[in-house]
Write a protein that binds this ligand. Structure first.
Ligand SMILES: Nc1nc2c(ncn2[C@@H]2O[C@H](COP(=O)(O)OP(=O)(O)OP(=O)(O)O)[C@@H](O)[C@H]2O)c(=O)[nH]1
Ligand SMILES: [Mg+2]
Length: 282
């Protein structure tokens, strides 16, 4: 198994007490799920495909000879045709899904059934196991509810919500395994600030838990300034301080003495971003 440096979703949310109580860490649970699964769905955020891929776990899945299916979720927030053009060839098989609009739901269920038929069960266990892995907050639990057609998996806006493994029946003979979101650090710079900004950008660290939201806003502005200016109808010339200043004024986010509440305003921007209101493809 390839060892990577991980950070855990729940650590971001400050639930360190809970994580200490757990016997197993999140990466261990994810690796275990991959081991016991016949098919693995890697759920990616269709807005941040490369950023939410976990290449180390993909390598493990392939090494173990398991079938991998890439799920590009939250497809309601993108222009599917445009995104499809830029996708890398190794990202196959892949299915665009939106839990919100149910797009791709039938395709996915059919695909799981077809792959499940191909699986030769080695032991007496007569159920095919389908593991779901991915970054925090990409929609793993929501996806399970969609394909199992029951509300068995708990979901939340909060990244790092699912804590342990949960088994949910999709249909006769097929079991789905939900896992906690795990972030791989292998592709990020070693500097903690940079990594946490990337995590916040892709929603793996929730807006309310980010340490310096104004730094994240600055990073968002450096890549998506036009979209952000358009959404807020504010001209900034690319200056994130200017955006925060003007938006804070409009919203009336003021501290005592009339100063703009930078933290609160920056968190609002980050929230709009994470909830997909500031939108790229649409
Ligand atoms: N717009 C949109 N939002 C979605 C979609 N799927 C999930 N979400 C939202 O994304 C958030 C996270 O969903 P979850 O299913 O809890 O994500 P998760 O991957 O299980 O998260 P963790 O358990 O924290 O790792 C929730 O607010 C969902 O409503 C989708 O297709 N489109
Ligand atoms: Mg979950």
């Amino acid at each position: 198994m390839v060892r990577v440096r991980y950070s855990f979703g729940s650590r971001h949310t400050g639930n360190i007490k809970n994580i200490k109580k757990q016997k197993k860490t999140y990466p261990d649970i994810m690796e275990e799920v991959v081991q016991i699964s016949d098919i693995v769905l890697e759920v990616l955020d269709a807005r941040f495909i490369e950023e939410t891929r976990n290449l180390a776990i993909e390598k493990d899945i392939k090494k173990l000879g398991k079938k991998i299916i890439y799920i590009l979720n939250k497809a309601d927030l993108i222009d599917v045709k445009a995104v499809e053009k830029g996708l890398s060839e190794d990202l196959r098989p892949r299915i665009f899904v939106s839990v919100l609009t149910k797009m791709g739901s039938k395709d996915l269920r059919d695909r799981i059934r077809i792959e499940a038929k191909r699986v030769k069960l080695k032991d007496v266990r007569e159920r095919v196991q389908v593991g779901i892995v991915g970054y925090p907050n990409v929609g793993k639990s929501s996806l399970i509810n969609l394909i199992s057609r029951r509300g068995a998996a708990k979901i939340s806006k909060q990244a790092g919500y699912t804590k342990g493994m949960q088994k949910i029946k999709m249909c006769e003979g097929i079991l789905i395994l939900d896992t906690p979101g795990v972030i791989s650090r292998d592709k990020y710079s070693s500097s903690e600030g940079k990594a946490s900004s990337s995590d916040a950008r892709v929603g793996a660290r929730t807006y309310s838990d980010v340490k310096n939201p104004e730094n994240v806003v600055q990073d968002l502005m450096s890549s998506d300034v036009k979209m952000i200016e358009k959404f807020y109808k504010i001209e900034t010339e690319g200056d994130s301080d200017e955006l925060i200043e003007q938006l804070g004024k409009v919203k009336g986010f003021l501290k005592k003495g009339g100063e703009i509440d930078v933290d609160r305003t920056a968190r609002l921007i980050l929230r709009d971003w994470q909830e997909g209101k500031i939108n790229r493809g649409k």
